[in-house]
Structure formats: structure tokens, C-alpha cells
Write a protein that binds this ligand. Structure first.
Ligand code: ZN
Length: 208
């Protein structure tokens, strides 16, 4: 078999176009299911060159390759409940950006998010959840502190603020991401997802 190199976008803006085009196909029911065949599987086996990092909430309704109509080798996916950031998340994203040369990081939040609801509950009643769920809630809480009053009553506003905060946090915490952003090799976009429509909207962005 001929070696087929997966196409790469020319810059972060083109990578974002690819992402949004795939989402549009999903919304309209015109999915192409690209790169899900045996030939692509074999071609990709030696190396991966994903065009975007998808850092989203773990919610089962946010299946990355489905909602962006992608297949093997397209997205480097990192997901945690409420897309909260810790060392392993940062290390995973840095690997994709620095080693795989991935030009775009997309942070994906969504409506009806359990992590946001648990955070609102904790802020309202002063009770945090048991076990390590507390860590998730505490990290979301940090995101929404400066819009606390609004976040208490408006879950959409809380979610958007959490996405904005997360986008900024990735740039602030990771010198690898910051360097790649500064020289234009990588962009960071924050998106919100609507569960009923399957659509994404831009919330924040750096370099794209
Ligand atoms: Zn969620």
C-alpha cells in the first residue's frame, strides 16, 4: 500500500474551519464518516498527525468524533468531567502540541452540564460532593468566582465563563502552549455546545 500522509491544515484558522465544517455536517445530518475505513486504519498505524486537540467535558453526549464528523487520526481527544484542568491534562495537550505539532486546541463546554450544576449547588448551599468529585467542583468554582452572582442563577453564563477561564488557563499554565501561540503555530478556541441542536458556538479564542 502507498503511504498516505493525512492532510494537515495550513494554520490554526484552517484547522478551526475543518472542525466547524464537520460539526455543520453533523447538525444537518450530512455526515461523511471520513477516515473510518480499513485503508485509513492501516495507513495511520505508523504515526498520527491530528489536526486538532479536542479538550472537552466527558459527558456521553459530547462524543468528539461523532459531533465533528471525524474518523481515525483527526482529533487528539482529552476529556474530563467539566473539562477541568490538571497536570495530566496539561501534559496530554502539550504532547499533542509539541510532539505531534497539532495546530489547534478546542475547549468544549456544553449546556446541561452536570459539573456546572454540581458547582452551582455547592456555591448555593456550601456543600461540596463526596470523594474526588469535590476536586472537579472546586476547579469549576475557581472559573466562575468572578461572575459568582450570575453563575448561581444562569447555568449558560456559568458554562461560558468556565470555557473562557479554561482557555486562558491553558495558555497561562502551559509555556509550551504559550510559545506555540506566540509564534502562530497553535491557536486555542473555546466553544460551547448545544445538546439539542448539536451545534457549537465560539466563546473565546487566542490566535484563531
Ligand atoms: Zn459536562
Amino acid at each position: 500500500m502507498n503511504e498516505e500522509r493525512p492532510l494537515r491544515p495550513a494554520n490554526p484558522a484552517v484547522a478551526l474551519e475543518w472542525l466547524l465544517e464537520g460539526n455543520e455536517r453533523f447538525i444537518t445530518g450530512n455526515r461523511l464518516h471520513p477516515h473510518q475505513d480499513a485503508d485509513r486504519r492501516t495507513a495511520l498505524a505508523p504515526a498520527q498527525r491530528p489536526f486538532a486537540v479536542l479538550f472537552g467535558c466527558s459527558d456521553s453526549r459530547l462524543a468528539a468524533e461523532i459531533i465533528f464528523d471525524r474518523g481515525l487520526g483527526g482529533l487528539f481527544v482529552v476529556r474530563t468531567a467539566g473539562h477541568v484542568v490538571g497536570p495530566e491534562v496539561l501534559g496530554s495537550i502539550e504532547y499533542a502540541v509539541a510532539t505531534l505539532d497539532t495546530p489547534l486546541i478546542a475547549v468544549l463546554g456544553h449546556d446541561s452540564c452536570g459539573a456546572i450544576a454540581a458547582t452551582q449547588d455547592a456555591m448555593q448551599h456550601g456543600i461540596t460532593p463526596a470523594g474526588f468529585m469535590r476536586d472537579v467542583v472546586e476547579r469549576v468554582m475557581l472559573s466562575v468566582l468572578n461572575v459568582r452572582d450570575q453563575a448561581l442563577v444562569d447555568s449558560e453564563a456559568a458554562m461560558r465563563q468556565h470555557v473562557r477561564y479554561t482557555v486562558d488557563l491553558l495558555v497561562q499554565r502551559s509555556s509550551v502552549v504559550a510559545e506555540r501561540l506566540a509564534d502562530g503555530r497553535c491557536g486555542v478556541i473555546g466553544l460551547s455546545y448545544r445538546l439539542d441542536e448539536g451545534s457549537v458556538r465560539r466563546v473565546a479564542g487566542h490566535g484563531v
